[in-house]
Write a protein that binds this ligand. Sequence first.
Ligand SMILES: CC(C)(COP(=O)(O)OP(=O)(O)OC[C@H]1O[C@@H](n2cnc3c(N)ncnc32)[C@H](O)[C@@H]1OP(=O)(O)O)[C@@H](O)C(=O)NCCC(=O)NCCS
Length: 143
Amino acid sequence: MPFISSDNLSILPALEKDGQFVYHLRFIEEDKCYYFHKDLTPLDVHNDFWRKHWKDYYIAYIGYKKIGFFGIVEGDFRISIIPEMRGYGVGSLMIQDAVNRLGFTTVRVLKNNKASLSAFRKNGFFIVGEDVMNDCEYFIISS
Ligand SMILES: CC(C)(COP(=O)(O)OP(=O)(O)OC[C@H]1O[C@@H](n2cnc3c(N)ncnc32)[C@H](O)[C@@H]1OP(=O)(O)O)[C@@H](O)C(=O)NCCC(=O)NCCS
């Protein structure tokens, strides 16, 4: 198991050229059903989105390797980590960094996303409500 701490995890503002990394990570097959609940977005649609919003994103690195991203777009917090690095505490560290940088206090998380709920809980968030959007059920969580 890799040892990950805030000493070997770097988080830097995204560059425009990171669009491809974010696209693949957002839409990898295994996340589709619980993360975005919709069909794959075509690359050209993502590219338009990315041109508008790349400055709202941050990329996490271990050494020179990109291992995840987070960002806030129109009040909606998004985070994802490459599958092989999940479950080692990186999500919690990234959420901590995101909260410090971006100062958000409320997030919507799909009810069945146990990993995300746990990572937020570890950072002092708790459930304050529920929401349904596009047939998906969410908890509203707040710090
Ligand atoms: C959600 C995500 C960012 C969490 O990051 P992570 O590095 O895996 O999380 P952590 O290692 O910090 O673990 C957080 C907690 O979730 C638990 N967990 C991790 N994977 C899990 C899984 N598949 N099922 C249930 N719990 C899980 C861990 O055990 C840990 O709980 P604990 O502290 O009580 O032991 C990451 O799993 C991910 O990228 N998922 C896909 C994208 C996504 O769902 N984004 C969130 C949208 S709101």
